[in-house]
Design a protein around this ligand. Structure first.
Ligand code: CAA
Length: 379
């Protein structure tokens, strides 16, 4: 049985690799240059059932395994970090429903996300509540058979394009994190204004928005779980999704290493390929080792998610921390190996270096990951 599952996983990975190399790689530089949301890649993922990989078969998906999704996100990120983020965020927006939703909510919304008919977003962060997510000020006030949402969410990936947004809002501010509730909000709801944010350093084709709620009505049946369950749902979701950011980081780093290896073999200086010099060899060896170590940890975190291991929280934080730091170092070294050629956008490694940076910031900064890890280690 385990062998069969591995075979399926490898088959899924191989077919996504083919798609990434054959259809996405050629688009990556243009997506970065124009900063336009890649609807063609969204359509490709719909047509090829790639969004479905994140979701279990009982809800219209193909797998639901964190490890399988990790392999797929890495394959896509090797060629285009923005395209890989489409997959990771579709999962991020679906996990609150999987974790906190009723059977009815799961059956209604998850097949839509698995098919890519609806694009998802996860709205936790606010202008003044980033690392301190519990300090959120967005309010959900009971109003008849629903709630009225008021407040502002910030840096929301997919925020401007999402059909379905999971919004975390306080139903009881006195209770702080115990007063947070989660709601499923339609992207085109009256009372919701979406302001796209431009000028990002990397992942330029991804959509990032500020969401302003002004008496935005949400029916009560759109609440996930009970009032006050929202913060725990948000944290449990991040436990599942942080390793996918780790996977994105691994892919970015692996793409940069692959390019640097090929370059070092063909670039000649002092009468030799630069790959023959120990100074370059040691850099390449460190790059490969850092990525492999981070990959082992990321896969371990995914296995923990898939098996319900109680160490999931710390492993997920460790995976995101190590993989994103590795990606930043590896991409910076790839630029160094290419020298002047690494510094211009005719070659992909400068884009990879810019794309790597966000993996140290979103889904909790790496300083927050260290807090989470230390708290768990200290019990
Ligand atoms: N699973 C379930 N419950 C959890 C949990 C977890 N992993 N972690 C904490 N909780 C529970 C706690 O048990 C506690 O419950 P009780 O009230 O019953 O005791 C409650 O949640 C509050 O926990 P804390 O006291 O630890 O909360 P805190 O206010 O100290 O904050 C924090 C903890 C880890 C710093 C948290 O605020 C955090 O993770 N901050 C970072 C936020 C973040 O990652 N944002 C990313 C946004 S998403 C994004 O970036 C997406 C994108 O664009 C791609």
């Amino acid at each position: 049985m385990a062998v069969e599952v591995d075979v399926d996983r490898q088959a899924i990975q191989a077919s996504v690799r083919e798609l990434a190399q054959g259809r996405i790689a050629a688009r990556a530089a243009e997506i970065d240059r124009t900063g336009e949301y890649p609807w063609d890649i969204v359509q490709l993922f719909r047509d090829q059932d790639v969004f479905a990989i994140a979701f279990p078969p009982e809800y219209g998906g193909l797998s639901g395994s964190a490890l399988t999704l990790s392999l797929v996100v890495e394959e896509v990120a090797k060629v285009c970090a923005t395209s890989a983020l489409l997959l990771a965020v579709q999962a991020l927006g679906g996990y609150p429903i999987l974790i906190g939703g009723s059977e009815q909510q799961k059956r209604t919304y998850l097949p839509e996300l698995a098919a890519g008919r609806k694009i998802a977003a996860y709205a936790l962060t606010e202008p003044d509540a980033g690392s301190d997510a519990g300090a959120m000020r967005t309010r959900a006030r009971r109003d008849g058979d629903g709630y009225l949402l008021d407040g502002t969410k910030m840096w929301i990936t997919n925020g401007g394009v999402a059909d379905l947004i999971v919004v975390f809002a306080s139903t009881d501010p006195e209770a702080r994190t115990r007063g947070v509730s989660a709601f499923l909000v339609d992207g085109d709801s009256p009372g919701l204004e979406r302001r796209e944010i431009h000028g990002k350093l990397g992942i330029r084709g991804s959509n990032t928005a500020e969401l302003v709620f002004d008496h935005c009505r949400v029916p009560a049946e759109r609440r996930l779980g009970a009032e006050g369950d929202g913060f725990k749902i948000a944290m449990a979701v991040l436990d599942r999704s942080r390793p996918q950011i780790g996977s994105q980081a691994l892919g970015i780093g692996a793409g940069a290493l692959e390019y640097a290896l090929a370059y070092a073999k063909q670039r000649h200086q002092f009468g030799h390929a630069i790959a023959e010099f120990q100074g370059i060899q040691f850099m390449l060896a460190d790059m490969g080792s850092q990525l492999e170590a981070a990959r082992c940890l990321t896969h371990e975190a995914c296995r923990a998610i898939d098996s319900g291991d109680p160490r999931t929280t710390e492993l997920a934080a460790m995976a995101k921390l190590m993989a994103s730091d590795a990606a930043m170092r590896v991409t910076t070294d790839a630029v160094q190996i290419l020298g002047g050629y690494g510094y211009v956008n005719e070659f992909p490694v400068e884009r990879m270096m810019r794309d790597a940076k966000i993996t140290q910031i979103y889904e909790g900064t790496n300083q927050i990951q260290r807090l989470v890890i230390a708290k768990r280690l200290l019990g």
